[in-house]
Design a protein around this ligand. Sequence first.
Ligand code: ADP
Length: 557
Amino acid sequence: MTIPAACVDENPYDVLPLGVCQLDSALRVLLWNATLEAWTGIARSEVIGRPLTEFFPAVGHRPLRSRLASVFEDGVPLVFSAALHQSIIPIAVPDGSVMPHRTFIRRLDGDDARAIVVLEDLSQPMGQLEKLRVERRRLAESEASLQRRQAELRLTNDKLQEASERAEQACRSKSEFLANMSHEIRTPLTAILGFADILLSEPDAAMHRSSAETIQRNGEHLLAVVNDILDLSKIEAGRFQLSWADASPAAVVHEVASLLKVRADAKGLAIEVTTEPGVPDSIATDEVRLRQVLLNLVGNAVKFTESGRVAVTLRSVGAAGQPRIAFDVQDTGIGIAEADLQTIFQPFSQADTSAQRRFGGTGLGLAICGRLAGMLGGGIEVNSEVGVGSTFCLTLPVGKTTQSGVAPAAEPASAAPDTQPSDKPLGGRLLLVAEDGPDNQRLIEYHLTKAGAELCIVSDGEQATRAVLGRDPTAKPFDLILMDMQMPVMDGYQATAALRAGGHTGPVVALTAHAMEGDRQKALAAGCDDYATKPIDAPKLIATINAFVTQAAATDA
Ligand code: ADP
């Protein structure tokens, strides 16, 4: 018989800690691995091509022989642990005994003339094969755990990547926001400063008037931008407080329509309000914020519509058990292109930048509205067609109301407390004004003296406390102190606290450019009775002062 060279030379089974040989049906050895050489002391070159019975006569014994024959004939694999008489390759160890081992015999796939024989050493506490199996299992487990770890790492990596992209995006948005904010603030400022120059250099009275009007218009726009930015940053920082109470949706809508009537009338537009049957008289919401959102939506409808109409419809929507109310604000205006619908709720985005020049606006309104609607538990949807018009639909939950009944009369609320009809509502009042800015001193002096007040003006908190606590008891006391909160030497908070500690009980009204949420609380906590913000709204400030001094006079009487 010719033995293939590969059988004689080293074979891949040499590396295994198992004895491996191959036999043909006449039990001739076709393959003999290095482990068998080591265990039996029989070299491969010796055994290959010769019957195994020559080396191990017991293989020729009948019972074993017939079992081996069945491997070839029936293809039934054999597995047996070595009892000496059963072992086809009894392996002697140095003390002369047989190494305990297990034998596996199996016919080769597709070849009924050859069988593979594998011997496993059982002398070790754990058989080699078992060891291999355990090792393989361990490897498989550690590979699986490695894969799990890799998957986790990939996930963490993805998350990190996402977070980093979000951070970058936030950073970019913040920079864009700041750039936009700067632009929005500089634009009206440019007009204010430019027209102030003209006002100073131009002798023409008509030019004076139009310059002053431009300054006023741009100043008001600047104030709107700053207020919007404050609102938005408060919302984004999660510091925006809502105050929930029952409110009449119909009344709020009528109020908004009434506030915007002048603007709509100027363009020849009617604002039609319809309340469909089934709309609740009262919903649980934050009325001020609802009004703010509707003012913006209806204000935009009026702003972006040149002809036709603006309609506000209140509808009852939502499933039973989860009633909702919808406010549809529909116009016949310029409409919004499909692509812009995605961005108009983002800060500083305006569908058409040329429209900004035409219509004005900050591009912050819808960003605030969208967020406020979300905070109120609802949302805003838009449908629009360029040249045809837009419908903004605000939906809100009805919530649990504590009242039911007829909606209150739809009267617009007055923005400020009524001032006295008198020309000199503060006539005969002595006020202490603590304010460090000379321009603001002059401005306050102008308005308050015009309203009849007598003023004592100081530039910091220390001077204010000295002026009050060190005042000659026979001198006329101050009727009210108007206290700027941010001043050099001693600020308004410290000064008010010092005044209260020194026994001063008269009214102190904080006047501050800090218009953030919490500033009011901070001023009241320092001992102030009320709070007014800069820029100064003169009629409102005079009304506030008047209310305090009149009240104090009534208490004294
Ligand atoms: P703005 O102060 O510019 O009105 P908004 O955030 O309220 O800012 O609106 C963003 C942009 O959405 C507007 O500049 C305008 O392009 C578009 N828009 C909003 N409402 C309407 C509307 N009713 N009709 C047409 N365009 C609108």
